[in-house]
Design a protein around this ligand. Structure first.
Ligand code: AMP
Ligand code: ZN
Length: 393
């Protein structure tokens, strides 16, 4: 519920202002300083990131992630502001949810403390809102940014959803995953194939696109599924499902390679299998996205107009160039203008939280200092959540 005018809001749109942004929903500690000149595109002053190395742990350990944020965020903020001679930004935007509660709390509570110390407003930002409004940050004379209403495909380590955004405050999920997120499955399959690194989906993309000379000898029958297609009701279900890919990969490994694990196969075979896995996962994503768009157009949820509909693809997986190509070709039957944030801004970052904070703040919103961070926060309930202050609603 929105509490009305519980405190006097400053009028930010009337003047230029600085936003300090903090994102700590998962394992990357990121901080940004954004300058918002009056009636001008926003300027990123600086963005800093401190990633937690999960390579040896083989995944994210929540306590390690929380400690990582507690150790790094405060000095990152201090150094950033000192470097730019800013003693007191005008607002602080911090990720309030969804995410890992320990990680969220570390950044969000730091933001609260800074707001108390500086006597400035807090804007608690929804992490997925940050991803979906990111392309709107990159405004410029030659840069058309997505205009509401627009559709976003959010593909990350924790989410896979297609969202219709009527405004910054009003979102409708058109399709969601019924099990795990696409990035999670890419990471699992990459690990099974012996790919290493801290961002496995990205490492898999690099591996798949590396030129190898030797033949792969992988049988044609070594195929990956396209889930939710095998029964009538499922074919028409606008939903994603990724859990089956790792099972299919292990079954195929047993069938064609017996006791030899995939990670011990020759490089060319591993690469070919990785290519098929990546292709199948992206093909499923594209197939169901096309279905969800068709259904939303048929039902009138998305209005049919002559103007192209802005289509944003964001989240860590959206930095994959093979995925971008596939979406462009498989969604070519729709009248869409595609927007992909620069790959650097697809993964979790504080710029997206700062920009989402600006969109909310300029709509008159801020967050009460008593509002809690939340591991769960459906994007459809963005405003139906305790702790908002509004000067306009
Ligand atoms: P996020 O949760 O938005 O930070 O995104 C992290 C997820 O994106 C992880 O599962 C990564 O493996 C995945 N990811 C990052 N870069 C790529 C890429 N180039 N291709 C595929 N997946 C990627
Ligand atoms: Zn994310």
């Amino acid at each position: 519920m929105i509490r009305r005018k519980l405190r006097t809001l400053r009028a930010p749109a009337q003047r230029l202002y600085h936003v300090l942004a903090i994102e700590s929903s998962c394992d990357d500690a990121t901080v940004a300083l954004i300058y918002r000149p009056k009636n001008q595109p926003p300027v990123l002053v600086e963005h800093v990131k401190e990633s937690l190395d999960n390579t040896t742990a083989g995944g994210i350990i929540p306590l390690d992630a929380r400690n990582h944020h507690q150790k790094h965020l405060a000095p990152m903020v201090k150094d950033l502001l000192t470097r730019h001679g800013i003693k007191r930004p005008d607002i602080v935007a911090a990720t309030r949810g969804p995410g890992m509660i320990g990680s969220l709390s570390a950044g969000y509570n730091l933001a609260k403390g800074l707001c108390v110390a500086w006597d400035v407003p807090l804007v608690g930002v929804h992490h997925m809102l940050g991803h979906l409004v990111t392309p709107r940050f990159f405004q410029g004379p030659d840069q058309a940014v997505p205009q509401y209403p627009f559709v976003s495909l959010l593909v990350s380590g924790g989410h896979t959803m297609l969202v219709l955004s009527k405004s910054a405050l009003e979102h409708k999920v058109l399709a969601n995953t019924v099990d795990i997120a696409i990035g999670d499955m890419l990471d699992k399959c990459a690990r099974e194939l012996g790919i290493t690194g801290s961002m496995l989906g990205k490492e898999m993309e690099v591996f798949v696109n590396t030129k190898l000379e030797s033949p792969h000898n992988v049988p044609d029958e070594f195929v990956m599924p396209n889930p939710l297609q095998n029964k009538g009701g499922r074919v028409n279900l606008a939903a994603y499902s990724f859990a089956a890919f790792i099972t299919a990969l292990r079954i195929a490994q047993q069938q064609y390679y017996g006791s030899t694990q995939l990670k011990n196969l020759p490089e060319a075979a591993r690469q070919e299998i990785a290519r098929r896995v990546q292709h199948a996962i992206f093909n499923h994503l594209a197939t169901k996205t096309a279905l969800a768009l068709s259904q939303a157009l048929e039902s009138g949820l998305i209005a049919r107009t002559e103007n192209p509909l802005d289509f944003v693809c964001a989240g860590g997986v959206a930095s994959n160039l093979n995925l971008r190509d596939m979406l462009r070709s498989q969604l070519s039957g729709f009248n869409l203008t595609h927007h992909y944030p620069p790959p650097k801004w697809c993964t979790d970052n504080a710029l997206m939280i700062g920009w989402a904070g600006i969109e909310l703040w300029e709509l008159g919103l801020s967050t009460d200092l008593s509002a809690l961070p939340s591991a769960k926060w459906p994007i459809e309930d963005l405003m139906n959540f305790p702790g908002w202050h509004s000067s306009t609603l």
